[in-house]
Each structure stands twice: as C-alpha cells, then as structure tokens.
Design a protein around this ligand. Structure first.
Ligand SMILES: NC(=O)C1=CN([C@@H]2O[C@H](COP(=O)(O)OP(=O)(O)OC[C@H]3O[C@@H](n4cnc5c(N)ncnc54)[C@H](O)[C@@H]3O)[C@@H](O)[C@H]2O)C=CC1
Ligand SMILES: O=C([O-])CC(=O)C(=O)O
Length: 316
C-alpha cells in the first residue's frame, strides 16, 4: 500500500517534494478505489509518499508528530515563519463532511484561500467522506496539496466521524444524499437522518466543546435538529442550518417582478422549514426601502405564485 507514516524526526527541506509521479498517483488511486475499506477501521491517510521516497531529515522539525494527515501536510509548519506574519491568528480546525461532493468541491478551495475565515486565519482541514467516495476524497486532498495555499496548514481525510471530528472547532456538515428529479427534501429524511444521528454523537464525543456546526445536507433544518439532539454537551446555539438559498431565491423573485436588481431588495425573511412548507415573508420585505406590497401591487401574485415558486424552485 502506497502509504507511509513519517516518523517525528523525519522532515523535508523546502526544496524537496513529497509528490509521487502522476503515473504512480494513478495506480495508487486505482488501488484505493478497488480496495475494501472496513467502516470500523481507521482509514486516515498518513502520507502519499512511499517509505523508500522519504528523504533525509530536513532543517525544520519542531518535534511534533502529526497523525492522519495527507501528503505534504504531514510535515509540520515552521512556527518561526509566524514571526514574519505576526498578524496571523492561531490555527483553527475545520471539519467538512461530504468533502468529495459537488458543494465541497467549491467550498474547500474558498476555505483554504482565506475567503471564508479571513486572510489572516490559518486552518487545518479535516475531511470526512463516505466509504464509496474515499478514492475521490483522496483526489480532493491532492488538489489542495497542489494549490499550496499559504493559510492551509494541515489536511486529513477519513471516513470515521469519531476520528475526523476530533478537536474540530467548526463542523460543516454537507455529506448526504442529494434530491433526485421530482423529489422533495423531506423524502431524504429516512436516508439522511441517520447520518446526522451518528455525526451528532461523534461531535459530542470528540469535537471541541464549543464547536460551531453548520448543517447543509438536506432536509437541513431537520438534520440540524437531529444532530443537536445527539450532541447534548455542545451548546444548542452552536447549531445552524444553511437556508440562505431560500432567502436568495425570494429576493430574486421579488427583484424580477419589480424590475429592479436584487441589491435593491432587503429585509427578506423565510419562516419555517427549508421545504415546501416554508413561508417567504413579503410583508416585511422592502424594495428601495419601501414595503414590497406598496411596490408590487399584484397581491394575488405575492400570495400565490411568489410563495409557491420560492417553496418549490429547483424541484425538477
Ligand atoms: N442547504 C442548502 O442550501 C443546500 C443543501 N444541499 C444538500 O447538500 C447535500 C450535498 O450536496 P452535494 O454536494 O451536491 O451532493 P454530492 O452527492 O455531490 O456529494 C455528497 C457527498 O457526501 C458523501 N457522503 C454521503 N454520506 C456521507 C456520510 N455519512 N459522511 C460523509 N460523507 C458522506 C457522498 O459520498 C458524496 O461524496 C445534499 O443533501 C443536498 O441536498 C444542496 C444544495 C443546497
Ligand atoms: O435540495 C437540494 O438538493 C438543494 C436545495 O436545497 C434546493 O435546491 O432547494
């Protein structure tokens, strides 16, 4: 197996590379894809270099051991470099589930670039995948390695939430099955609810006591509640569901109807669940600072079509 764990005394000089040749990477990938990964066994990847490729100890080594890291991220960041960038904050641990999926494919690179937590916030990414997506997850870790983001200090990957969520200060829970054609989000409850029972328990057991949890996997409000109920040691106020999508959709519909750009629409609230039972609030919404019912005089459209479109848009 093309996995090597660096001993604490082993490190690289900055001019040495931990990359395997593309052909070696591909065959490694293939082996991983066909390899059976038992759920109960740790699948954290330690390093992408084979032991015979490890070079002599480099100049930088603070004596720390890093477990379950990926590739170049097995090597310890030189803390002396912080002296040059004193404004950088203390590193935070950010766990992301569904890390090999569509949403993460965009989000992870925003996280690593500093767009989410700020240009002075170093981060460690702890990526949770499913057994099925594990080969793709390794590909994601390779892409992150290739990108050399200055703020990205550690990457680890795995399929066991009890390992991946350890000491997580943020948990962005995206991993779940998405809707198929014609499906409502509620139909995913049976399939996805169980994921959030398990992940809530794992967060409760191993994450930072003040971990902030953002649930994206649908039905996200219900899943956030399930997760929260299974994590009694974490403050309830730390659990959130991502429903900004509905607010944005409501703003777009009001903007289109009024013939204005969406930046002129404000004060939009969505009541209820991220589902067809939600109530997009046009009564308190404003366009150019004026209450929407005074700008859009078509009450029937507001009460019927607008609400229905926001509730069901993208159900195909
Ligand atoms: N709240 C919101 O505004 C939105 C929510 N969603 C929801 O987000 C979820 C993810 O969407 P996509 O990234 O497009 O789907 P995707 O299918 O591309 O990716 C989901 C990934 O999660 C993985 N996964 C499944 N079960 C897992 C588990 N137990 N632990 C860790 N990983 C697991 C899958 O293997 C897959 O790689 C879906 O539930 C979707 O409905 C999507 C868009 C907006
Ligand atoms: O359901 C999904 O996959 C994404 C979502 O939340 C929506 O489109 O409303």
């Amino acid at each position: 197996m093309a996995v090597a764990e660096l001993s604490p005394a082993t490190s690289f000089t900055s001019s040495q590379s931990s990359y395997v040749a593309p052909s070696a990477r591909l065959s490694y990938h293939r082996r991983l894809s066909f390899q059976h990964v038992p759920r109960t066994v740790s699948t954290g990847i330690r390093c992408s270099v084979t032991s015979d490729k490890i070079q002599a100890p480099g100049v930088i080594n603070d004596g720390k051991t890093k477990q379950d890291c990926y590739g170049v991220f097995c090597l310890t960041y030189d803390l002396k470099a912080e002296e040059k960038t004193k404004s950088w904050k203390k590193m935070i641990n950010v766990a992301v589930s569904g890390a090999a999926g569509m949403i993460s494919n965009h989000l992870l690179f925003k996280l690593a670039s500093g767009e989410v937590f700020g240009p002075d916030q170093p981060i460690a990414l702890k990526l949770l995948g499913s057994e099925r997506s594990f080969g793709a997850l390794e590909g994601v870790a390779m892409e992150l390695e290739d990108s050399l983001f200055p703020l990205l200090r550690e990457v680890s990957i795995g399929i066991d939430p009890y390992e991946v969520f350890e000491n997580a200060e943020w948990a962005l829970l995206i991993g779940a099955k998405p809707r198929g054609p014609g499906m409502e989000r509620a139909a995913l409850l049976d399939i996805n609810g169980q994921i959030f029972v398990e992940q809530g328990k794992a967060l409760n057991a191993v994450a930072s006591r003040n971990v902030k949890v953002m649930v994206v996997g649908n039905p996200c409000n219900t899943n956030a509640l399930i997760c929260m109920k299974n994590a009694p040691n974490i403050p309830a106020k730390n659990f959130h569901a991502l429903t900004r999508l509905d607010e944005n959709r409501a703003k777009c519909q009001l903007a289109l109807k009024a013939g204005v750009f969406y930046d002129k629409v404000s004060n939009v609230t969505i009541w209820g669940n991220h589902s067809t039972t939600q109530v997009p609030d046009f009564l308190n919404a404003k366009i150019h600072g004026i209450p929407v019912p005074e700008v859009i005089r078509d009450r029937k459209w507001l009460e019927e079509e607008f609400t229905q479109v926001v509730q069901t848009v993208s159900v195909i």
